[in-house]
Design a protein. Structure first.
Lengths: 292, 300
């Protein structure tokens, strides 16, 4: 539990605690900068390669995309239908984000603030769901959604993605709620607030980092989910980005410009979201999941 | 425990006693309908012939599906073998590289925030997108492998190189997961411990072995377990990058299930394969947790 306290202090305040840092030290270059540079190259060159293919004219082989062309983006967005896939992915992603965050907030609050009969069983059940493979649930989930008449509907993806996002989101969220001192809430209740009002007035504002972490986590997972969309959706106007991209990989395998441009369209939202929330994610995990 | 100061259900007004159950009810309902019930139905279907393309042959099959799987389906055994190889190699390499990366970005240097964002970013990328990117890199005529002196042959079509190509591709996306989890663990280690160890004359290596590793132990166990399960179930990347080929040598068990479910709509046999996968996964996970004595107090 001490971890939670530590995790709340900003990283840069603590990092200097490790001895030897910031000292002039030739070993540091070998130990730190060389491997970091190598790893950065390994991470970034693939991204760069995709961008090069997306921006240079078909047939060109220069490693620098000049002159720049947007013809590939025009092809994927207007001709292949990425405009529609993108819209579908945004709809599913945003709906799953909201449903996951709200339900996880309720569950996380219950876990952090109440001790009730069945609490441990609930926790264990949440952890156990992590062993359930999504790929192996394809068959029964297909049958269920068929019974509900949701095959070929984006709602099937919202529901399935929410279910698979929930367990980890609740555990993360309960870590964030537990980090808000209960006394704050109690003080508000002493002042005459109901518990619900105290929650909305006092606790919720302090949960902002948690809401951001859990929400973006849910959005990224939903945006990226491929198998459910592949299995449940067969009408092209309901395709999401990963399914569209997989068809581009299959059918346009000779048109690398289109493939790369499709990849850039798929990457931009998640990479942007990720860049913003990366700090919250590390903190959230150290507060919640690892030392639950 | 942090919960010591929180109210208990007993002794509270009636409304509050029910509050936690109301709060968890949506989760319980969703998990029951979309996770627990499906598991039951997988077990049920595994005992039946159920093929969407051959509805006339549907019916009770007893243990036929399992008999077929164990004794007459070489692809079951080869896919299982490949799954084990895949999980062990991927998880092992990701752990080593992820730990190294976490240690590096835990140091303080100028531009650390930016460096973290960049090295972690593949975590946010989907399996399909990873395939899209690496297909460009692996392509024999336009890809980057050309510059590395690779022969003018398809890396992904060659049985000798396809495994290495798959492993590198998944490492690109998988290492950040370990790095994020382990960095979170590193940040939980009190700095005083390092200072005390340094005062006692412990060098860098000894500090790592005696302070860092013991503290990361639970995080490492949890991360390797979650990741192994995840790599076991990783279908997106292999499905789109190699399709299990060439000649089915990169087919994992879940990929085989997905192919049966999506391509041939053979739900009965696919459910039997699923059941086998569940049992194996559950058994291995429990064994691993047991052997690693997860959660026991090793820090004393």
């Amino acid at each position: 539990m001490a971890t939670q306290v530590i995790a709340r202090t900003p990283a840069h305040a603590r990092i200097g605690a490790a001895p030897g840092s910031r000292k002039k030290d030739p070993g540091r270059v070998l130990r730190l900068y060389v491997p970091l540079a190598l790893y950065l190259a390994f991470t970034l060159i693939p991204f760069y390669w995709m961008i090069v293919f997306a921006l240079r004219p078909a047939g060109s082989t220069t490693p620098i995309p000049w002159p720049i062309t947007f013809e590939h983006f025009d092809t994927v967005w207007n001709d292949i239908g990425y405009a529609v896939f993108f819209k579908n992915s945004v709809i599913v992603g945003v709906l799953a984000l909201f449903s996951t965050t709200v339900i996880a907030l309720m569950g996380g609050y219950a876990l952090a603030r109440f001790r009730f009969r069945g609490r441990t069983a609930f926790m264990v059940a949440l952890l156990c769901t992590q062993f359930i493979p999504g790929a192996m649930m394809l068959i029964p989930l297909f049958t269920i959604f068929k019974g509900l008449g949701l095959i070929n509907s984006l709602w099937s993806l919202v529901v399935a993605d929410t279910v698979f996002n929930l367990p980890l989101s609740i555990i993360l969220m309960s870590g964030f709620v537990a980090a808000v001192p209960f006394q704050v809430e109690e003080a508000a209740m002493v002042d005459g607030c109901t518990r619900m009002r105290a929650f909305f007035a006092v606790v919720l504002p302090q949960l902002r980092p948690g809401l951001i972490a859990v929400g973006s986590f849910a959005f990224i997972h939903t945006w990226n989910n491929f198998l459910f969309a592949l299995m449940f959706i067969s009408r092209q106007d309901n395709f999401t980005i990963p399914v569209g991209l997989s068809y581009t990989i299959g059918e346009y395998s000779a048109d690398f410009g289109a493939l790369a441009a499709g990849g850039v369209v798929a990457a931009i939202p998640v990479v942007c979201v990720f860049a913003v929330i990366q700090r919250y994610l590390v903190h959230g995990i150290s507060a919640g999941a690892v030392k639950g | 425990m942090a919960l010591a100061s929180t109210p208990t259900a007993r002794g509270r007004p009636r409304a509050l006693r029910w509050a936690p159950y109301m709060l968890i009810s949506p989760t319980v309902l969703l998990i029951a309908v979309f996770l627990v019930y499906p598991i039951g139905s997988v077990l049920y279907y595994s005992l039946r012939n159920h093929n969407l393309t051959k509805p006339w042959a549907n019916g009770f099959a007893g243990l036929d599906n399992f008999r077929e799987m164990l004794f007459h389906d070489p692809l079951f055994w080869s896919s299982l073998g490949f799954t084990v190889k895949w999980v062990v190699v991927e998880t092992g390499l990701q752990l080593v590289l992820g730990l190294a990366l976490a240690l590096i970005v835990n140091e303080s240097f100028i531009g650390r925030g930016l460096a973290r964002s960049m090295v972690f970013s593949p975590w946010a990328v989907s399996g399909v997108l990873t395939t899209g990117i690496w297909i460009l890199l692996y392509n024999p005529t336009t890809g980057i492998v050309r510059y590395l002196g690779a022969p003018e042959a398809a890396v992904l079509g060659n049985p000798d190189t396809v495994f290495g190509a798959l492993v590198v591709t998944e490492l690109w996306r998988g290492v950040p997961f370990f790095a994020i989890l382990l960095l979170a663990g590193l940040q939980g280690i009190p700095g005083e411990l390092y200072e005390a160890a340094a005062v006692d004359g412990a060098g860098r290596t000894r500090r790592f072995r005696h302070v860092t590793l013991p503290h990361l132990r639970d995080a490492i166990v949890l991360a390797t377990l979650l990741r192994s399960v995840w790599e076991f179930n990783n279908v997106d990347l292999i499905y789109t990058l190699t399709g299990g080929g060439p000649a089915q040598i990169t087919t994992t068990l879940p990929l085989y299930v997905a192919q049966r479910a999506i391509d041939s709509k053979d739900f009965g046999y696919g459910s039997a394969l699923t059941t086998a996968g569940f049992v194996i996964l559950l058994f291995c996970s429990l064994l691993y947790l047991r052997l690693s004595r997860f959660g026991a107090d090793h820090k004393g």
